[in-house]
Design a protein around this ligand. Structure first.
Ligand SMILES: C[S@@+](CC[C@H](N)C(=O)[O-])C[C@H]1O[C@@H](n2cnc3c(N)ncnc32)[C@H](O)[C@@H]1O
Length: 379
């Protein structure tokens, strides 16, 4: 039924209903209107709660000029109810406002609407989604991947889905049987965290999601500091990605849960060693938190920019870049000194012609939000 059905001025109430309204002397138009207002109001609030949205304000007849300016006839009340119900569905389901749809279609449209709200998983909106998208386009099936701050294991789980796409909950005999191809390429996921609670959470999360073959043969979750990354035992496959989500583990139960926050110097040492491990085409990905550790995020950014400056054609080369690092808050050149030592080590121990491309993904207008810093070795 559409509002056009009523354009001839005749009522759309059934004949039976019309007769009973006109034959009963106690049911004058005013009281019938009142009754219908109440009934449709109840119906609308039931409808709005069914579709999980509070549209009761929209159905407040005292505020809606569409209704109060029309003659209070039965016809108008019905029209108003039709228009309102269409617009409620329209708002929630984004469908043609003239159609009242069957329940299955309503729920299909509701799903579509919810899907639109998954923008939080969109790489152009959150740095985590952006990081995951960059990881996905970097990792090769034979890579070793290191999550150097595995925390509750969310990133590790995302990485395991990229590295072992067929293994999720696929604990079948074929999975458990030796697979020569998989073994030959030896992909490996290493998760590291300094906190026992983090290690436990990550192990639990991966165990419940991966086949036991993958979990026991290709995953290592290590409780230790990431500072000396080169000493971490690993298979011979090349390192395609090392990622960090700096800061502290959220959801701590004690007041001092921030004690396990990452620290400027250990982080810098770790990312220096990570850069020495990466294959050509490999990515170093670091989520920094200027809001909780400004010095650490500044140092990380300078070091990563310094890698890109190793091949600068500028007159003073990468040394010139280091000299241009300012003093931060009268730190007596501490940031410059730390970054200089780290970069000198990369030059001394790394490949001669190593070449890097660096990016800092800062959300504009949100200076304290997490910043994703990445660098890829392209030579
Ligand atoms: C923001 S959380 C990581 C969240 C994690 N990526 C996830 O997906 O749940 C930062 C983690 O770094 C860990 N951490 C701090 N210092 C560390 C260190 N020196 N070595 C390894 N992990 C460290 C903390 O224990 C904490 O779990």
């Amino acid at each position: 039924m559409t509002s056009n059905d009523n354009s001839d001025g005749d009522s759309t109430i059934s004949n039976k209903g019309r007769q009973s309204a006109s034959t009963s002397s106690t049911w004058d138009n005013k009281s019938l209107v009142g009754l219908l207002e109440k009934t449709t109001s109840r119906a609308m609030s039931t409808l709005s709660s069914t579709i999980n949205t509070d549209f009761t304000k929209d159905f407040d007849t005292t505020k809606d000029s569409d209704v109060t300016t029309k003659d209070p006839t039965v016809q108008n009340v019905m029209d108003a109810a039709i228009i309102r119900s269409s617009s409620i569905l329209d708002k929630d389901n984004d469908v043609n406002s003239n159609d009242i749809e069957p329940r299955e279609q309503q729920s299909k449209h509701k799903k579509q609407h919810q899907d639109k709200r998954t923008y939080l998983g969109n790489p152009s909106v959150t740095p985590t989604a952006l990081a995951h998208s960059l990881w996905r386009s970097t990792i090769l099936p034979s890579d070793t991947v290191i999550d150097a701050t595995c925390g509750n294991g969310k990133d590790c789980l995302a990485l395991s889905r990229m590295l072992f796409p067929d293994s999720i909950n696929a604990d079948t005999e074929e999975d458990i049987a030796d697979d020569d191809d998989t073994k030959a390429s030896k992909p490996q996921l290493i998760g590291i965290d300094i906190q026992p609670r983090a290690i436990q959470n990550t192990r639990q999360s991966l165990l419940s999601s991966l086949s036991s073959d993958i979990y026991y043969n290709h995953i290592s979750i290590l409780e230790q500091s990431h500072e000396h990354l080169m000493d971490v035992p690993r298979d011979k496959s090349s390192v395609g990605l090392v990622c960090y989500n700096l800061g502290y583990l959220p959801g701590g139960v004690t007041d001092n849960y921030k004690e396990c926050q990452t620290q400027t110097e250990t982080t810098l040492n770790s990312i220096t060693e990570a850069s020495l491990l990466l294959r050509v085409g490999g990515l170093l990905s670091i989520m920094t938190y200027p809001g909780s550790n400004l010095e650490e995020s500044i140092v990380v950014e300078h070091f990563i920019e310094g890698l890109a400056m190793l091949t600068t054609r500028g007159q003073d080369g990468w040394r010139g870049y280091l000299e241009s690092i300012p003093n931060y808050n009268d730190d007596n050149g501490r940031v410059r000194m730390l970054v200089t030592h780290a970069l000198e080590r990369v030059v001394a121990e790394g490949m001669k012609k190593q070449t890097w491309r660096s990016f800092s993904h800062k959300p504009l207008g949100r200076p304290l939000s997490p910043v994703l810093v990445t660098v890829m070795r392209i030579k």
